[in-house]
Design a protein around this ligand. Structure first.
Ligand SMILES: Cc1cc2nc3c(=O)[nH]c(=O)nc-3n(C[C@H](O)[C@H](O)[C@H](O)COP(=O)(O)OP(=O)(O)OC[C@H]3O[C@@H](n4cnc5c(N)ncnc54)[C@H](O)[C@@H]3O)c2cc1C
Length: 448
């Protein structure tokens, strides 16, 4: 038996300033990587032992990529061959005590000189408990694997029933949220319907498979330009995806999705990609939290504290150019992480810190084969093949780890020529969604 009382964080004492980083996402790794040297002891705490490349998570869910190729072990990134006095611990941080300057975890407390909160976001169900209980979120690797298994269970079961109503509900897929994750997931499902499923399941009539993309606003990809939204809508419709705009999902009991106004869709699969909220940690005063995120100044210092910083998705930094804060994408997290490492070095030397200024490098979304949209700096909007090539290039280059770049690239080249999605595997205990077993699975992995 594992006696948890015998575990502790076990971090060596130090005379150097200790920087504790909560979260090894885009923000966290970019601070840590640049603190290499003799000035600090760096401790990274994360509830998962890898850095996840979330922009490709939907490809894991739709059998396009293995999970290993979008994740990089944090200990590998910061091994003792690369980094002195770096310590990783696999724990969830439960709370912070800014007065005592400690963080609290299940296996004990740890003091810090500087604290960096880079915890990102979690799924936002907007208080709808029924949806939370029955929908499939897409935010973490276990979510993607769970969804992948579920999708193929639906196809297996659709091939084993002569009941038209049941078969239809197994072949109706509702994706809520017309942002990049929703659009990309819908597109990947449509590609699978066209190229793979009819040969895998010859007894099933896939002309009956419906993919609904439900968006509450009046256009898909609301954070992108109207031009890109328009192009994307056309691409989606050409692929046979049923796009419902100005439509809000009000309920989902595991079998029927109800859209505001009364429309009902029988479905065994509702993917919830409709929103996120800050993954807050208890202990900060209420004034430090705004719009569900941590209010920071231009140096990423949490309001009211000199030695606590928040970066990335969890940080709310209001500027003239970004009055609602920066977009919840990877670039602000990366750029804030890089600048914070420089500012920490300046701080210990008593020098002035530099203010953060976000450099918007544009945004991209992929819809399907040869179809993507790109909004680039200078008001340039690309669509179709060029945008698709740009998307592939940017994503391969941004992946962490040479092995991951190689595996993803070779997977894509293979798929381009063969139309194959290689990982059509059901790997999980055989549970149907919406039931207690699935709930237990979610709770066990603390996946909310
Ligand atoms: C499905 C999906 C698709 C996306 N697609 C794109 C895209 O195409 N382009 C783009 O630019 N952005 C995309 N994003 C957004 C992008 O991934 C985020 O903006 C980015 O990850 C933010 O970085 P971060 O460091 O703030 O948080 P994250 O990268 O999310 O990292 C947070 C880390 O904190 C850890 N953590 C959280 N709470 C705790 C705790 N209490 N204790 C210990 N550890 C904790 C988590 O395990 C995680 O490792 C996507 C996000 C998702 C979920």
């Amino acid at each position: 038996m594992l006696d948890i009382d015998k575990l502790s964080l076990n971090i060596p004492d130090t005379t150097k300033p200790r920087v504790v980083i909560i979260g090894g996402g885009f923000g966290g790794i970019n601070v840590a990587q640049r603190l290499k040297g003799k000035d600090f002891q760096v401790v990274m705490l994360d509830r998962q032992n890898y850095h996840g490349f979330w922009p490709l998570l939907y490809q894991v869910a739709t059998a396009g990529l293995e999970p290993d190729s979008i994740a990089e072990p944090l200990r590998k990134m910061f091994g003792s061959d690369k980094f002195d006095d770096f310590h990783f611990r696999l724990v969830k941080v439960n709370s912070v005590n800014p007065i005592a300057k400690t963080v609290h975890t299940l296996v004990g407390d740890l003091s810090y000189d500087y604290l960096v909160i880079a915890t990102g976001t979690k799924t936002n169900y907007f208080g709808n408990e029924e949806v939370k209980k029955n929908a499939f979120p897409l935010k973490q690797v276990p979510h993607a694997l769970n969804l992948r298994s579920h999708l193929f269970q639906c196809f297996e079961q659709a091939s084993m029933t002569a009941d038209p109503e049941l078969q239809q509900s197994l072949l109706n897929f509702v994706i809520v949220g017309g942002g990049p994750t929703g659009v990309e997931t819908a597109g990947a499902l449509a590609e699978m319907r066209k190229h793979i499923l009819p040969t895998d399941y010859p007894g099933v009539d896939f002309s009956r498979m419906n993919i609904f993309l439900v968006e509450g606003m009046d256009r898909v990809l609301p954070p992108m330009s109207p031009e890109s939204s328009k192009k994307t809508l056309k691409y989606l419709q050409d692929m046979g995806i049923i796009v419902k705009l100005n439509a809000l999902v009000e309920g989902y009991d595991g079998y029927v999705a109800t859209i505001k106004g009364g429309e009902k869709i029988q479905t065994q699969t509702l993917v919830w990609a409709a929103g996120v909220q800050g993954a807050l940690i208890e202990g900060l005063p209420a004034e430090a939290v705004e719009r569900g995120r941590i209010h920071v100044n231009r140096y990423n210092q949490v309001l009211g504290f000199d030695n606590i910083f928040a970066i990335g998705d969890i940080a709310f930094m209001k500027t003239d150019k970004w009055p609602k804060g920066h977009p919840g994408v990877a670039q602000p997290a990366i750029q804030q992480g890089k600048l914070l490492s420089k500012n920490l070095k300046r701080l210990i030397k008593g020098e002035e810190m530099e203010e953060f200024e976000y450099v918007d490098k544009g945004s991209l979304a992929i819809i399907g084969r040869n179809q993507a949209v790109a909004d680039l700096p200078g008001n340039i909007h690309l669509g179709g093949f060029f945008a698709w090539m740009t998307w592939l290039f940017v994503h391969v280059m941004a992946l962490v780890g040479f092995r991951n770049k190689l595996v993803v690239l070779s997977n894509w080249v293979y798929r381009f020529f063969t139309y194959e999605n290689g990982t059509r595997l059901i790997i999980r205990p055989f549970v149907r969604k919406g039931d207690k077993a699935r709930r237990d699975f979610v709770n066990k992995y603390d996946m909310e």
